[in-house]
Design a protein around this ligand. Sequence first.
Ligand code: NAP
Ligand code: ZN
Length: 351
Amino acid sequence: MTVDERYMKRCLDLAVLGAGSVSPNPMVGAVVVYEDKIIGEGFTSPYGGPHAEVNAIQEVLTNYGEEEGKALLRQSTVYVSLEPCAHYGKTPPCADMLASFPVKKVVIGCLDSFDKVNGKGVQILRDAGIDVEVGVLEEECRFANRRFFTRITQQRPYVILKWAETKNGYFAPKADRQEWISRPASKQLVHKWRSEEDAILVGTRTALIDNPSLNTRLWKGKSPKRVLIDKNLEVPETSKLFSITNSDLIIFNAVKTDWKAHLKYIELENFDFYLPQNILYQLFLMDVQSLIIEGGAKTLQQFIDANLWDEARVITGDVVWDDGIPSPKLPVASKETLKVGSNVLNIYINK
Ligand SMILES: NC(=O)c1ccc[n+]([C@@H]2O[C@H](COP(=O)([O-])OP(=O)(O)OC[C@H]3O[C@@H](n4cnc5c(N)ncnc54)[C@H](OP(=O)(O)O)[C@@H]3O)[C@@H](O)[C@H]2O)c1
Ligand SMILES: [Zn+2]
């Protein structure tokens, strides 16, 4: 690993600390390096707050004072996992801020494909006489912001499929009842995953049979928006999904559109055609950057058949059943296999 890669790796480690709170902004990490020593670091604050570069620079000014801090910055290299922004959003452009000192050099992981930035951040820095290098750990930096890039380039949220299956590939019992396949450690991991995404979706039968809350009670962090497919509004308002009021419940249906407080009914025309496409577009319009789909089998298979998924996380339990509903089928091989307690986690990426 080169020196530049080592600092960029630190940026990526910082970036993920913003998971779940920065959307629809990208997750970014930044470090300020003076004479081969990190003198400031930062990551994107929750949505609306300062960006990673601002937090890293602010740390230098706080630790060393305005005068010495500014002198150090003029001799420092700033590493940042995504191109500094060039536009006024909720905060002023970071490229202008770096150019105002100016810092000596900026090393960027990857360019920002967002139209209002895309190369313009680099141009502002170069125009200020700053030495700029682009493309250190580029693939890793793009992957770290896969949710953000999917939303801006495909006008849909990044889609993660998640399910548990038995050792012999069963997903649910044939009878209408819930049967746990995974162990407590996997359950806690799933709650962590939920806290990192903007929304979580289930199908009608899963809501009826499992009566899930779809919150993050086994992990700290925010609860995502909950999304339900319920064509004929069969899921009763006495279900747990309705009793949780600290996150939106969005119900795609064929009966009515009605928004009251956290309850958002959205009627879709042509409910029986292009359902995954329509749902993802509606969620995109609601600024949802990522969606985790937790079942059931029919719902998951529809998104797989429409090729509208980006990543799948499949937990294999240590139980074997005689029969049941078979698990959804993915068209790609597992990219990574990990142990979670006595369960096995396979991760699939849809290129
Ligand atoms: N192993 C796991 O990780 C896991 C996760 C979640 C759930 N589960 C289990 O899975 C079982 C439920 O799975 P499931 O496949 O039967 O149900 P599901 O996917 O939750 O729901 C399927 C139902 O949703 C409605 N729906 C979905 N897409 C639709 C579309 N395009 N158009 C119209 N309606 C649509 C349909 O209701 P209608 O038929 O009424 O129209 C359909 O029967 C439960 O036993 C649950 O415990 C297991
Ligand atoms: Zn910025």
